[in-house]
Design a protein around this ligand. Structure first.
Ligand code: 13P
Length: 338
C-alpha cells in the first residue's frame, strides 16, 4: 500500500462516527503531577495499571477513535499479556504516539518556548510504527503576555510543527499538529482570539511551505477562551470567536479539528465543544476533542491506584467520553452531568 493510502485509511479510522481522541500521552513528569494530585506516587507499574484500566473500558471504542500514547506505553502489556496498543486496537481505537521531547526557552525571544525532538525522528517513527502506532502528536506551546508570542516565536514554533509533520508523512504516519496557546494569565478573550489567529495563520503558512498534505493531518488547537485569571466567558462566546478565527486560518482540506482541554474543567470542555458544534454552520471540518485532563481527571480520582475501584472509574471515564460525543453532535445538556 502506498504511504498516501496508508494515511488515508488512518484518517478514515480517526474521523468517523462522531468520535474523539483520548490523549493519554502524559510525559513522566506530567503523569507524576496528575498522580500526586490524587495522592499517588508515579511508578512504571502504576502507570501501566492505570492506562491499562482506561484502555480496557468496555464500549470505549464507541466514543473514542484514537488514543495518543506515551513511548513507555507502547511496550507495556495488560494483565493478560496483551500489548496495550493492541488492547486499544481491539476496541476499534487507533493507537498513536507523542513524539516531541518537551519544551524549553526559545533563545532570542524572551517568554517564548520551543519544543525539542526532531533529531532522529524518522527512525523513531519507524520503530513506533512497527509497534502499532499509526499517527503521532507534537505540541508547541505559546504563552500569552503583552509581548508574547513574539514574531520570532510564531515563526520558529510554526517551523517546528511543519518539519515534524513533513517527517511523519514521509513515513506514512498521520501527524497531529498541536499549537497550544496557554490558558495561563489574565488576558481577555479578544487577546486570545488575536493570538490564536496569528498562531494558526503562521502554522498553515509553514505547513504549506513544507508541502504537508493537509488531507492527511489533524489540527489540535486550543479553544479561544479568556485567561485563567480573567472572568469566564460563556460557551456561546467561546464558540463564536473560536469558529471565526478557525474559518479565517484553517483550510477546508483539514479533515478534523480536535481541541485540547488545556485546563478547562471536564464540564466546561464538554459544554464549550457542544456550543462550537451548535454554531458550526458552514464549517468544513469535523469539530472534535483530543482531551487528556477533561476526559481523565474524574476517572483518575475515582481509581486512585486501587484496582478495586476500576469498575467505577471506568464507568465515570466512559460517561465523559459519551458526553463529549454528544457535544460533537451539539446534543449535550448540563443536566446530563447529574
Ligand atoms: P489537555 O486536554 O489536558 O490539555 O491535554 C491535551 C494534550 O494532549 C496536551 O498536549
Amino acid at each position: 500500500m502506498s504511504l498516501a493510502n496508508e494515511m488515508h485509511d488512518t484518517i478514515i479510522a480517526l474521523v468517523d462516527g462522531h468520535r474523539g481522541i483520548l490523549a493519554a500521552d502524559e510525559s513522566s513528569g506530567t503523569i507524576a503531577k496528575r498522580f500526586a494530585a490524587v495522592g499517588l506516587e508515579s511508578s512504571e507499574e502504576g502507570r501501566r495499571s492505570y492506562r491499562s484500566m482506561l484502555l480496557s473500558t468496555k464500549g470505549l471504542g464507541e466514543h473514542i477513535a484514537g488514543v495518543i500514547l506515551f513511548e513507555e506505553t507502547l511496550s507495556q502489556k495488560n494483565d493478560n499479556g496483551t500489548p496495550l496498543p493492541e488492547v486499544a486496537a481491539e476496541q476499534g481505537i487507533v493507537p498513536g504516539i507523542k513524539v516531541d521531547k518537551g519544551k524549553g526557552p526559545l533563545p532570542g525571544a524572551p517568554g517564548d518556548l520551543i519544543t525539542y525532538g526532531l533529531d532522529g525522528l524518522a527512525e523513531r517513527l519507524e520503530t513506533y510504527k512497527a509497534q502499532g502506532a499509526r499517527f503521532a502528536k507534537w505540541r508547541e506551546v505559546y504563552p500569552i503576555s503583552h509581548h508574547n508570542p513574539t514574531r520570532l516565536g510564531l515563526r520558529a514554533n510554526a517551523e517546528m510543527l511543519a518539519r515534524y509533520a513533513a517527517v511523519c508523512q514521509s513515513v506514512g504516519i498521520v501527524p497531529i499538529v498541536e499549537p497550544e496557546v496557554l490558558l495561563d494569565g489574565s488576558h481577555s478573550i479578544e487577546r486570545s482570539a488575536q493570538v490564536n489567529e496569528q498562531v494558526w495563520h503562521s502554522v498553515f503558512h509553514a505547513l504549506h511551505l513544507h508541502g504537508v498534505a493537509l488531507e492527511h493531518m489533524l489540527l489540535k488547537p486550543s479553544m479561544v477562551t479568556p485567561g485563567k485569571e480573567s472572568p469566564k466567558a460563556s460557551p456561546e462566546q467561546i464558540a463564536e470567536l473560536t469558529l471565526r478565527m478557525l474559518k479565517r486560518t484553517v483550510p477546508a482540506a483539514v479533515p478534523s479539528i480536535n481541541f485540547l482541554s488545556g485546563g478547562q474543567t471536564p464540564e466546561e470542555a464538554t459544554a464549550n465543544l457542544n456550543a462550537i458544534n451548535q454554531l458550526r454552520v458552514n464549517s468544513p471540518w469535523q469539530l472534535s476533542f483530543s482531551y487528556a485532563r477533561a476526559l481523565q481527571e474524574p476517572a483518575l480520582k475515582a481509581w486512585s491506584g486501587n484496582p478495586g475501584n476500576a469498575p467505577i472509574a471506568q464507568e465515570i471515564f466512559l460517561k465523559r467520553a459519551r458526553l463529549n460525543q454528544l457535544a460533537m453532535l451539539g446534543d449535550y445538556q448540563a443536566s446530563m452531568e447529574a
